[in-house]
Design a protein around this ligand. Structure first.
Ligand code: PLP
Length: 577
């Protein structure tokens, strides 16, 4: 395709997209296709010769579109919203055309700086404290756009793991990191998203699930009880994930209580606010953020409810040096002159004045008790008198709070790369290259991949084109429609809402046996008019009904409710006659 054809066909594509979104209500939201349908329709091999664009696009219309779930439909109620919007699509178009990779400042100065600016705007918009922003030169906090909430959770866990391993390695120099790893344990509620479990599996650490209370909320007392029990067994609590807006019922963990426990036991606190984070653009929902200043990292998905299309997960950390320690590689081909003022989201230098403060904290609490000895099969904790020499003195200073002005010296000789088996320096050049680099200690790595898309553009477009007032209006309208649906359900004696509605999602069920609601959902999805998925909390099966589209109207809600009542009537007739 050359320029001339592109000008014509791309304009046609824009019309196709606008028609699609304008008329999306008319489409069956859930496709009626069977697995393997597309294999029967498309050739087994790529064409030998170039094909005409019109022929290619005819296949999209005839074969691809009928096999899609239409996520932008007002009758889509499955999962959580994954909204897009015109300014976001424009950002995506331009970013695809530019195709710049923003891993270092030098690889795309404007791309990198716009990401920092947009993340500062967004952080302020949802009411995050200043410590998470990257505005002051001597602040180690900052935001980065990750692909998914799952990735943000993993990045956070890995950063906390490195912090804990460095700590334990210093206290137990005779032990390998692989041996220390077996002592680490992290926590989340029994309502946390499966991505937390996955992060623990990838990070090779144990995960303990804390039983949530009657509101599906993780509370500080239960967490502390578990942490104390685990410490007794010689384990080292190092990371806690609190959820704001659980997947099943949009429940909120008690951030302040959990934050205080984490502070006491020097565990890293990550906040997963994947869906609910968008609601914090409205001040009336920020009470759930109470205690957020105690967190070490915080993430939510503008790609869910904020109309920034997938992928876009906003993640902030209080201490970006913790990420650096974790993802520390420094190949020659990624280096550039950096005065210390530029952020490199993949590799680069941060302000050299940043102090590594957080390691001190973990020592103050766990320093005495975290020294580990392995005695046959039994693992015990050493007490303070078993500590040796300098370390003991330094740790003691920390414990007594007599920090001597430079709390970094305790860690000066610990490089993450010295942790056996971890963060092995590899520069892809066949051997490690050790160049003099005055900024080496401050080099920052904010994510797992090297290459990163120019995602800030679409986020910035949405923030500017809707403005704060437009975004708040969108969130409030979604919640108003959820309240409307809730009222309809509550007014019908055949149904119940076992957990109070929070924000834009109602979890409802038919009264009686779980099997009734299961049958209802199955039949609703088979009919394809609306689409929803289930959740189960404490043995109670529910249909989740989030409002997912900015195009949903009162009438759409009434139509969905009619559909649900029609199918429910059939099911109840089948079962009870
Ligand atoms: N955390 C929570 C609370 C979620 O609800 C979800 C998905 O809905 C995730 C994490 C995973 O999000 P992602 O698909 O961005 O990894």
């Amino acid at each position: 395709m050359e320029h001339t054809e592109f000008r014509v066909k791309a304009k046609e594509m824009v019309d196709y997209i606008a028609d699609y979104l304008e008329n999306i209500r008319d489409r069956r939201v859930y496709p009626g296709v069977q697995p393997g349908y597309l294999h029967k329709l498309l050739p087994k091999e790529a064409p030998q010769l170039p094909e005409k664009w019109d022929e290619i696009f005819r296949d999209v219309d005839e074969h691809i579109m009928p096999g899609l779930v239409h996520w932008q439909s007002p009758h889509m109620h499955a999962y959580f919203p994954a909204l897009t919007s015109y300014p976001s699509i424009m950002g995506e178009m331009l970013s695809s055309a530019l195709n710049v990779l923003c891993f270092t400042w030098a690889s795309s100065p404007a791309g990198t700086e716009l990401e920092t600016i947009a993340m500062n705007w967004l952080g302020k918009l949802i009411g995050l404290p200043d410590c998470f922003l990257n505005e002051k030169n001597d602040s180690p906090g900052g935001g980065v756009i990750q692909t998914t909430a799952s990735e943000a959770t993993l990045v956070s866990l890995l950063a906390a793991r490195t912090r804990a391993l460095m700590e334990l390695s210093k206290l137990n120099p005779e032990l390998q990191a692989s041996e220390l790893l077996g002592h680490l344990i992290c926590y989340c509620s029994d309502q946390a998203h499966s991505s937390v479990e996955k992060a623990g599996l990838i990070g090779l650490v144990r995960t303990r699930y804390i039983e949530s209370d009657e509101n599906q909320s993780m509370r500080g007392d239960k967490l502390e009880e578990a942490i104390l029990g685990d410490k007794e067994k010689g384990l080292v609590p190092f990371w806690v994930c609190a959820t704001l807006g659980t997947t099943g019922s949009v429940a909120f963990d008690n951030l302040r209580e959990i934050g205080q426990v984490c502070e006491k036991h020097a565990a890293w606190l990550h906040v997963d606010a994947a869906y609910a984070g968008s609601a914090f653009v409205c001040p009336e929902y920020r009470h759930w953020l109470d205690g957020v200043e105690l967190a070490d990292s915080f993430a939510f998905n503008p790609s869910k409810w904020l109309m920034v299309n997938f992928d876009c997960t906003a993640m902030w950390v209080k201490d970006s040096t913790a990420l650096h320690r974790t993802f520390n590689v420094n190949p020659i081909y990624l280096r550039h002159e950096n005065s210390g003022k530029a952020i490199d989201y993949m590799v680069g230098s941060q302000n050299p004045n940043i102090k590594k403060k957080s390691l001190k904290k973990i020592n103050m609490i766990n320093g005495v008790s975290n020294q580990i000895i392995t005695n046959g099969d039994e693992t015990k904790l050493k007490d303070e008198k078993l500590m040796n020499g300098d370390i003991k003195e330094k740790v003691k200073k920390d414990i007594n709070g007599n920090v001597n002005g430079d709390d970094d010296d305790l860690y000066d000789d610990i490089e993450p790369n010295n942790l056996a088996g971890y963060n092995k320096m590899s520069h892809g050049c066949g051997e490690d290259i050790q160049l003099e680099d005055p900024n080496k200690k401050e080099m920052l790595h904010w994510q797992i991949p090297l290459s990163r898309r120019f995602r800030a553009l679409k986020l910035w477009f949405v923030l500017r084109n809707y403005g704060v007032s437009g975004i708040q209006k969108h969130i409030r309208e979604g919640i108003r429609l959820a309240q409307k649906f809730e009222a309809l359900v509550l007014a019908d004696q055949r149904f119940e809402i076992p957990q109070p509605r929070n924000l834009g999602m109602v979890a409802f069920r038919l009264r009686g046996d779980n099997a009734l609601t299961e049958r209802l959902l199955k039949r609703l999805n088979a009919r394809g008019y609306m689409h929803a998925v289930p959740a189960c909390f404490k043995g109670v099966y529910v249909i989740r009904f989030p409002i997912t589209s900015q195009r949903t109207t009162n009438q759409d809600i009434l139509d969905d409710w009619d559909e649900i009542k029609t199918v429910a009537k059939e099911i109840l007739m089948d079962v009870f006659g």
